[in-house]
Design a protein around this ligand. Structure first.
Ligand SMILES: [Cu+2]
Length: 138
């Protein structure tokens, strides 16, 4: 009985041989997966110096002792941010009185709403009248 079992096992092995080989060759043809371990991480969105959408249409920086830019053009009714980077309090005051930031302490910023009527508006600093600029609404 035993030799017969051996023969059967051998026959099984021989029969299985080509199948196994086929499996191996199929695997070889497929080749090793190109599994790159160095996963490419998508670059994070670059930090934009421009803040998220806001109604701000322009900025004026007040230094000691000048406005920058000295001539800014914005749309009617636009919001203008006025930042004082100087060491002295300043204002941005329309000469016709149409707009006035009031005192802007050093290191602070205020918002100003541009006139709704197009035109060129001369302004100055209420404390230092030699500081002048023009806000153009167009
Ligand atoms: Cu001033």
């Amino acid at each position: 009985m035993r030799p017969l079992v051996r023969a059967a096992a051998l026959a099984l092995l021989l029969a299985a041989g080509p199948v196994l080989t086929g499996c191996v060759s199929a695997f070889t043809v497929a080749g090793p997966e190109e599994t790159s371990s160095s996963a490419v991480v998508p670059p994070s969105e670059p930090l934009s110096p421009v803040p998220s959408p806001s109604p701000v249409a322009g900025t004026v920086t007040v230094r000691d002792f000048a406005f920058d830019p000295a001539d800014l053009t914005v749309r009617p009714g636009a919001v203008v941010i006025v930042t004082n980077t100087g060491t002295t309090t300043h204002t941005l005051t329309a000469q016709d009185g149409g707009f006035d930031t009031g005192p802007i302490a050093p290191g602070t910023a205020v918002s100003l709403t541009a006139p709704s009527r197009p035109g060129a508006y001369s302004y100055l600093c209420g404390f230092h009248h030699f500081m002048r600029g023009i806000l153009t609404v167009a």
